[in-house]
Design a protein around this ligand. Sequence first.
Ligand SMILES: NC(=O)c1ccc[n+]([C@@H]2O[C@H](COP(=O)([O-])OP(=O)(O)OC[C@H]3O[C@@H](n4cnc5c(N)ncnc54)[C@H](O)[C@@H]3O)[C@@H](O)[C@H]2O)c1
Length: 309
Amino acid sequence: MIDFADQVAVVTGAGRGLGRVYALELARRGASIVVNDIGATMHGGGLDTAVADQVVDEITASGGTAVASYDSVDSPAGGEAIVRTALDEFGRLDAVISNAGIFNSIAFDELTPVEWRRMLSVHLDGAFYLSQPAYRVMKKQGYGRFVFIASSAGMFGQHLEAHYAAAKAGIVGLTNVIALEGEPHGIRANTVLPFGISRMVTETLGDPKALEDNGFFAAIRPELVAPLVVYLASRACDVNHQNFSACAGRFARVFIGLSEGWLAPRDGDPTAEDIAGHLEAVAATDPFTVPGSIYDEVFAVTRRLGVTG
Ligand SMILES: NC(=O)c1ccc[n+]([C@@H]2O[C@H](COP(=O)([O-])OP(=O)(O)OC[C@H]3O[C@@H](n4cnc5c(N)ncnc54)[C@H](O)[C@@H]3O)[C@@H](O)[C@H]2O)c1
């Protein structure tokens, strides 16, 4: 059994929705949990400490161990305070589930700089502000697990979500580097792209009838995301630097591939017309590789060019 005996996990945005389910399952498996949540509205307004407190009560009522944290992830001081809570209350920090989030839908031509910044500050800045102090603790102890909650909106696109998608795709970039730098220190960093019925879905749709009649919404129970998050947060986690989608019981890797492309002849500079003429090869997705870092791409090109040194 995958267990978290003697381990401590931080789950941000754990007072509701998917984060609550992750926190309950980690606690059930023995982790001491920092239940972080400011208790905001879906758009990020307001504060309500009862939201985190309720999940702490749920965990402790079923024999688990948890403490509430009401700090916002969207400032360096907030991220530091969340990590400090884990250390002060439980003496260590093994896993971070960076899940706190806000959501709204705005057409790209109407998106204001304030709305853009607000979205990035919670999702992307928040992931950085939390993970950097956590990383320092994990590096020192030679062990750690990061599960960053991204989104298919960021990887594949979603109408009306330029700000949200950019923030979530940015989280993938952040994870790529934490995974590479953390690997020699026993740290693993991966992302999860979840689908789960929560207020993010219900408030966005706004039509209860549409929800009731829709088989997909009935199928995306948050409990069907938790197994993946829990695995990636555990000692058993054998993967690093990867992205996984969890949707209605379908678990799948999401990756960025690099196609073979078209290599221009070296006896003259390629023109825009050459690109148009070779677009089929340039844009083909097969064959492809999945580079482990930027260096894999560089080495693949230098090999084809016959360049050494
Ligand atoms: N529900 C889905 O289908 C879905 C799909 C893709 C990604 N996600 C992501 O999963 C995560 C959880 O979403 P959810 O659907 O459970 O939403 P939710 O609104 O139910 O829960 C999010 C929680 O985050 C908290 N929060 C917001 N700002 C915070 C801050 N600054 N600091 C600390 N806590 C804060 C909120 O108070 C709330 O309790 C989010 O990152 C979301 O973007 C969800």
